[in-house]
Design a protein around this ligand. Sequence first.
Ligand code: NAP
Length: 315
Amino acid sequence: MGDTTIIGSGEMGSALARALLRGGFSVTVWNRTTAKAEALVEEGATLAASAAAAVSASPIVIVCVSNYAATRELLQTPAVAEALAGRVLVQLSTGTPKEARELGAWARARGADYVDGAILAWPRQIGGPSAVILVSGEAPALARAEVALRCLAGGLTPMGAELGSSAALFAAVLAYLAMRWIGICHGARICEAEGLGVAGFGEVLAGLAGALAEDARHMGEVIATGRFDRPESTLATAGGDVARLVQHAEEAGIDAEVPRFAASLFRRAIAAGYGAEEHAALVKVLRKAGGAASRAARSDAAGWGDAAVNDLQDM
Ligand code: NAP
């Protein structure tokens, strides 16, 4: 029986398989489109003839396909579901906390151990020290998969037994990243409109990375403790700066959608009376829009290890 099976030979699944091969693992691969998995065979992997055969081939079965719907489509055939019994299923496709909990319950009902993971890395980082993979699951399940998972990510970060935790933290990080990508693109349009080099803009942002990481840590602490009353810069000051971005976009004739969206949130916060507080008080407007702080409070109380927190803040 091989060491590890990787189901899915897309960009990320292939990177996972290559890292395990480099680490000396015996790797079985399967992909819906066989040609992509064949490239890995040339590098030492064994190609399974079917998804069921791939699951049967190894005690550790890692799935990395587009999403949970694709995962369920390929796992829920009777032959695959039966083959899962006694193995540890590691789901590394991206999904929501609810999807993670549901897939975990389904796998456990079929006699499999279950680990739910979320990859906070690009394929090029997989197998190296900067790759972060968040993992949730019962300790015995994590212990069975740990050696393989450590080979995939130097920053392997256990999140505890609650199966939705990894997907939840991934979603929180992605929310940050998505706004950052959009912000960089609007900043690039400002540079283009004003005759500044966009590559130089990227360099300036890279130089600010340490200060931005410190701001992320500071905002996390302020929101978690509710101490919004000691601003270095008030929400009203930041809101004025953001409103000026709308003015600039209109003056420069560039798309104003991004700054208008940001300015409207700040306007609502100032209208709600938070103008004299820290800019992190913007979260109060989002709390009023729906949802509660209860799950966030639970995560803070759970107390992630320092290493995990540092890994995440360095991203
Ligand atoms: P990708 O290159 O588009 O590969 C998608 C994989 O999913 C392919 O192997 C594809 O098979 C398979 N697939 C899709 N629908 C399927 C179905 N119905 N049944 C069976 N297989 C199906 O995507 P990727 O970049 O590898 O991403 C895979 C996962 O990793 C995603 O959940 C993604 O969010 C996560 N991730 C990716 C990155 C990244 O930078 N790439 C970073 C973090 C997390 P075919 O080849 O047959 O189409």
